[in-house]
Design a protein around this ligand. Structure first.
Ligand code: AMP
Length: 121
């Protein structure tokens, strides 16, 4: 999957499309998912143009990587799910069912989330 500079999250970062912001710093933006799958569903994205975790870990600076990891935990605390529990998901590529080609982490919680993946057994 290649980076499309006109993807919806790039447009949010450029201020062309609004978002419901949760937090922002030099490297990271977090905002509510437009179609939440749980009472808490926040997307955490780097400000740089990275398509996936594999792309990000190959190219992003240590400061960007640290900021993204920290933001995910900060968002979980800010949204009040750090004690009750939550899940962090990053879909990548075709097999991962990624819809938006800008790296993002879903932070979901606020209800029991069940098994991570359906099992064949
Ligand atoms: P993924 O399938 O992991 O690429 O997830 C993309 C997510 O982006 C989905 O959960 C969408 O609901 C969400 N989404 C798409 N457009 C917007 C938007 N304009 N603002 C907030 N979330 C969005």
């Amino acid at each position: 999957m290649t980076y499309d500079p006109n993807n919806i999250f790039a447009r949010i970062l450029r201020g062309e499309i609004p978002c419901k912001k949760v937090m922002e710093n030099d490297h990271v933006l977090a905002f509510h998912d437009i179609n939440p799958g749980a009472p808490v569903h926040v997307l955490v994205i780097p400000k740089g143009a990275y398509v996936s975790m594999a792309d990000f870990s190959a190219k992003a600076s240590v400061a960007e990587q640290a900021a993204l990891m920290k933001a995910i935990g900060d968002v979980a605390r800010q949204m009040g799910v750090s004690d009750s529990g939550y899940r962090v998901i990053s879909n990548a590529g075709e097999d991962g069912n990624q819809e938006v080609p800008h790296l993002h982490f879903h932070v979901v919680g606020g209800r029991k989330l069940g098994r991570m993946l359906p099992r064949a057994d």
